[in-house]
Design a protein around this ligand. Structure first.
Ligand code: ZN
Length: 653
């Protein structure tokens, strides 16, 4: 730490943290890392000099959970000297801000840092509150809006975020005495308040927001909440893979369907179609939501609707952006379907959920704005310039999307062994991973990052499998990969093998694989964007072992099934392949309970010799299998391979 805070400074920062969290916890004020707060303090640098500093929310922090370390410390002197600079591009501004940082190891400060620096008050709070946007996204003039707050609030026209806004803001606040005011409303953007104490700034924020809410409440037309009609839920789940296919022509997408009564109600509003070109609540959402959403009056309009949307987006991109930046994915991120609710779409589940939250708030703002005046947003040109904001483009350039992001993959038998390892590898590769198992512990393998979901179901039960896939489609929109890995193994000499035991093997290894494959195949056909089915067969089909009659014959069914999937799936781009691992011990349940020892004994060798009994004299690991499965999914590697079997066995001796 190069900068030291005195005890008094720490107290003030503690106050800053406390009220920032209050602001951040209210999603009507701040959404997904939006909004920012600051405090001006005297700090001591490495050379024990006192420095006037601005501590402002750093990137990567969320106001709801921010702590002392979430605030980046900047030198106030160069921040204020920037007033002399007439123009700075946003890229230049970020370089400049970097030179103002007193501790270079801290996260990069908010792009709205200058706004905070130029206000002559100790504490500054900034949010994108719904109720404020409901007033600014209208044709109400500035004077009329200021009147609502008894003249204590200033209203500024829209200026794109970045140095331009800071500069404009600075000229404005330095031209008048702001001490008589409590805050500034930035049109189409949000609210800034200030105060000498953390509570003063926060209370002003809440009071202004409450006044806006009260003003709207009197005129609010609202959304009539509507439950989705009987039968429409099933119909829509049938339709989701079709929609996913249409949206995934370039990049695969994860769909998030919001069928809450509020969003179904919204989709049925007479204005829902007209609002499709209104834009989101704030311009900073445009990077995710885009300016327009796709409105569908019926499911049968989907194909034509998506095609029209894409053509229209390409035209506008040419008109407003041209050759400055590569075009973003031209498909809609938001689809409002009359009577069914709202679907949001992106290659990441987490992002789709965030877009879902953004549009829900945007719709509330659109309706509130219509209740108090006429809807007005920034122009289409400004919206495209914001969607292709230089700072975001610079970030995109550095960020390479994982090749398999947007894929949805299911692994059976995922609670242990090869299945468990593959389940995790899927998530590491950016695949939205669904782990299925009959072992209930699988549900605890769901992770909070939204990349791994555990589902308990029995693959031998046709209805359970059907319901499980229905749930997957309802949650994510479809399926791209299935790894049929679950297996049952109980060695027994042929003459001692009971019919009951044989049937058990057939139930899991043959029929279980069939049930899962059939449901996945149906969905993949509907999507029309190909797919991958991979079977874990083991070497027993090609190199039968003693005592493995039940296992090997039941797996032979699955092995042959793979070839039929290849034959029937070929024209749909659905590939089907087999991996044949042998002797994978780590994390495996199959070899527990003395099986390993018995097998070694049967061959008259030690356990270690048995483990490494292959041409390469190496232990084959579950990771070897998982990596082959990943390679099979990659079109660039195995895109031309179907109906094949790949050994992963160290070479059979
Ligand atoms: Zn802002």
């Amino acid at each position: 730490m190069t900068v030291v805070l005195s005890k008094d400074a720490r107290v003030l920062l503690g106050e800053r943290v406390r009220t920032s969290r209050l602001l951040g916890k209210d999603e009507e004020l701040v959404l997904h890392g939006g909004g920012n707060t600051s405090v001006k303090l005297t700090v001591r640098d490495t050379l024990q000099r006192n420095r006037e500093a601005l501590l402002v929310k750093g990137s990567g922090s969320d106001l709801a959970s921010i702590d002392e370390n979430g605030f980046t410390i900047l030198d106030m002197v160069p921040l204020l000297e920037a007033k002399a600079i007439e123009r700075m591009s946003d890229i230049e501004m970020t370089s400049y801000l970097r030179t103002c940082m007193l501790d270079p190891d801290q996260p990069f400060p908010s792009v709205e840092t200058f706004l905070h620096a130029f206000i002559k008050a100790k504490f500054v709070d900034h949010s994108h509150a719904d109720s404020i946007l409901s007033l600014t996204n209208t044709d109400l003039d500035d004077g009329k809006i200021a009147e609502i707050f008894g003249g204590k609030v200033l209203v500024l026209p829209y200026v794109a975020p970045g140095f331009e806004l800071a500069r404009y803001f600075m000229d404005f606040v330095s031209s008048i005495d702001i001490s008589g005011y409590e805050g500034v409303i930035l049109r189409h953007h949000g609210l800034v308040t200030w105060g000498e104490t953390a509570d003063e700034s926060y209370d002003r924020h809440i009071n202004i927001v409450s006044a806006a809410k009260n003003f709207i409440a009197e005129k609010w037309k609202g959304i009539q909440r509507r439950e989705i009609e009987e039968g429409k839920r099933d119909e829509f789940i049938d339709f989701l893979p079709v929609l996913r296919g249409l949206l995934s022509r370039g990049n695969r997408k994860i769909l998030y369907w919001d069928n809450s009564p509020e969003m179904v109600g919204y989709s049925l509003l007479p204005e829902a179609e007209e609002f499709s070109s209104l834009g989101p609540a704030t311009p900073d959402m445009l990077i995710r939501t885009k300016m327009n959403y796709l409105y569908l009056r019926s499911l049968s309009e989907a194909r034509e609707g998506v095609e029209k949307y894409v053509a229209d987006y390409r035209d506008k991109f040419q008109r407003y952006i041209g050759t400055s930046y590569p075009m973003h994915d031209p498909y809609p991120s938001v689809i409002v379907v009359k009577g069914y609710g709202v679907v949001t779409s992106s290659p990441s589940y987490k992002e789709s959920r965030i877009i879902g939250d953004q549009v829900r708030h945007s719709f509330r703002v659109s309706i509130a704005a219509k209740s108090v005046g006429r809807n007005r947003f920034i122009t289409e040109k400004q919206a495209f310039e914001m969607e292709y904001w230089s700072l975001e483009e610079a970030k995109l350039k550095k960020f390479r999307k994982p090749e398999l992001q947007g894929y949805i993959g299911l692994v059976t038998g995922a609670a242990s062994g090869i299945g468990k390892v593959t389940f995790s590898r899927f998530a590491d590769e950016g695949i939205l991973a669904i782990g299925a198992d009959i072992d209930p512990s699988i549900v605890f393998m769901t992770d909070k990052n939204g990349m791994k979901f555990g589902m308990k179901f029995d693959i031998t039960n046709e209805e359970e499998v059907r319901n499980a896939f229905r749930e997957v489609v309802e949650m994510f929109g479809g399926i791209d990969v299935v790894f049929n890995n679950a297996g049952y193994l109980k060695p027994s000499p042929l003459d001692e093998l009971s019919l009951n035991e044989l049937r058990k093997h057939i139930e899991v290894n043959s029929i279980g694989s069939f049930n899962v494959t059939k449901e996945a195949f149906k969905i993949m056909k509907k999507q029309g964007i190909g797919g991958n089915i991979i079977f874990n067969i083991t070497k027993n089909v090609t190199n039968p072992g003693k005592g493995m009659t039940a296992y090997g014959t039941s797996k032979a069914f699955a092995s042959q099934l793979s070839r039929y999937v290849a034959v029937e799936g070929g024209s749909y781009g659905i590939r089907s392949n087999v991996v044949n691992p042998d002797k994978i011990f780590r994390e495996s349940k199959i070899w527990e309970g003395g099986v390993l020892e018995d097998r070694a004994k049967a061959k008259g060798i030690t356990v270690d010799e048995y483990r490494k009994g292959n041409l390469l004299h190496m232990e084959v690991l579950p990771e070897h299998v998982a990596n082959v499965v990943i390679a099979l999914i990659r079109d660039g590697t195995f895109g031309a391979t179907t109906g094949a079997s790949i050994p992963v066995d160290g070479g059979i001796q």
